[in-house]
Design a binder for this molecule. Structure first.
Ligand code: PHE
Length: 352
């Protein structure tokens, strides 16, 4: 068998390049590539044959063979480029493509309405000196209930429909749960730092709840806590009144009524005057004839809660509050069903 010669390589390259210059589409260019440069291609076989040559020929022909390979590869890249350009030009002059058309705008995402309202709430409290902290969504019974003056068997546990977590080896009852409110962070924050404390805690909560227009099984809360020497109920009222005015406007009126939460004493709920009927009440669907809309629970931190985290209740006092941001957003934007927030309907979400 005779191996390749300088002459045969030269001829091969010539033939290949002659063919290449007439090719004008991607498919034929690829066939050409396979025919010459593919694993069984002409040139590949020639290069393999070089190994059988005498040593002195091998060097000379080998150099030529490698050159040939490079030439074919580079010529192919160049031809592919030319063909692509020619096709674009043809499309352009043939009115198939208008490169002067403005591009399609890429759609920009937006913040979820809950995120937006939480940021607004946090901003309002930030400027009053509250820091933002976050806590775990899976919580211990200890923090969710015990530390908040709600011992095992206490009837107040019925206020929170609880999703328990099957924790491995629950030797002494179910201890782990999806937190039912953000209040456990009151105890966690006080344990971690000494007074004075001023924090707000935005976060997700979970309840074993049948859903309807005003109830979701998961929702957000924003907890607030201020503890220091000499904090009074007047501080609570002033802070929350200022908050209501920042979110709902300067002319907003507020109302505090007695309410019960085991971890505050006294406990209150706070309402704002109804924006729909301007506090008139009668015949108003939004406030159900009352003229007022409840927006949060609050109160002075219970002395037992302070004592449990090692604060002396004779020296320190504080106030706490908890509000539902979805509810605030519903009031602010006139949304009538809380389930809309988490049903992922873009027609709803795009409105914010
Ligand atoms: N954690 C209470 C709830 O979920 C709200 C609350 C917080 C009430 C702080 C008083 C003080 O209903």
């Amino acid at each position: 068998m005779t191996g390749p010669t300088s002459q045969s390589i030269h001829e091969l390259v010539q033939t290949a390049l002659d063919q290449l210059k007439d090719l004008d589409n991607a498919a034929s260019l690829d066939q050409w590539r396979v025919a010459y440069l593919g694993r069984r291609g002409h040139l590949t076989q020639v290069l393999r044959g070089i190994a059988q040559l005498d040593v002195d020929q091998r060097r000379e022909v080998g150099v030529l063979g490698n050159q040939a390979k490079r030439t074919l590869e580079e010529s192919l890249v160049q031809r592919v480029d030319e063909v692509a350009h020619a096709q674009l030009e043809k499309a352009f002059t043939g009115d198939q493509l208008d490169v002067t058309l403005p591009g399609r705008p890429s759609s920009i995402g937006r913040l979820h309405p809950t995120t937006q309202i939480i940021r607004e709430i946090c901003d309002a409290f930030n400027t009053m000196g509250f820091n933002v902290v976050e806590g775990p969504e899976v919580e211990w019974d200890h923090y969710n209930f015990e530390m908040l003056n709600i011992p095992q068997g206490h009837p107040a546990r019925d206020m929170w429909n609880t999703l328990w977590v099957d924790h491995p080896a629950p030797s002494d009852g179910r201890k782990m749960l999806m937190r039912t409110h953000t209040s456990p962070m009151q105890a966690r924050v006080m344990e971690a730092a000494g007074p004075p404390i001023r924090v707000i805690v935005p976060g997700k909560c979970y309840r074993y709840e049948a859903t309807d227009a005003t109830h979701e099984w998961h929702f957000y809360q924003v907890e607030g806590l201020a503890v220091d020497k000499g904090i009074t109920f007047a501080d609570l009222k002033g802070t929350l009144y200022e908050f209501a005015r920042r979110l709902f406007g300067d002319e907003r009126r507020v109302r505090f009524r007695c309410d019960y939460f085991p971890f505050v004493e006294p406990g209150v709920d706070m309402s704002i005057d109804c924006f729909a009927c301007h506090g008139e009440g009668t015949g108003c669907r939004v406030c159900r004839d009352s003229g007022w809309i409840e927006i949060m629970g609050a109160g002075m931190v219970h002395p037992k809660v302070l004592a449990r985290v090692g604060y002396d209740p004779n020296i320190y006092t504080g106030f706490a509050f908890g509000l539902g941001p979805e509810r605030i957003a519903m009031l602010k934007y006139g949304i009538d069903d809380i389930r809309l927030f988490y049903s992922n309907d873009l027609r709803f979400l795009r409105q914010f």
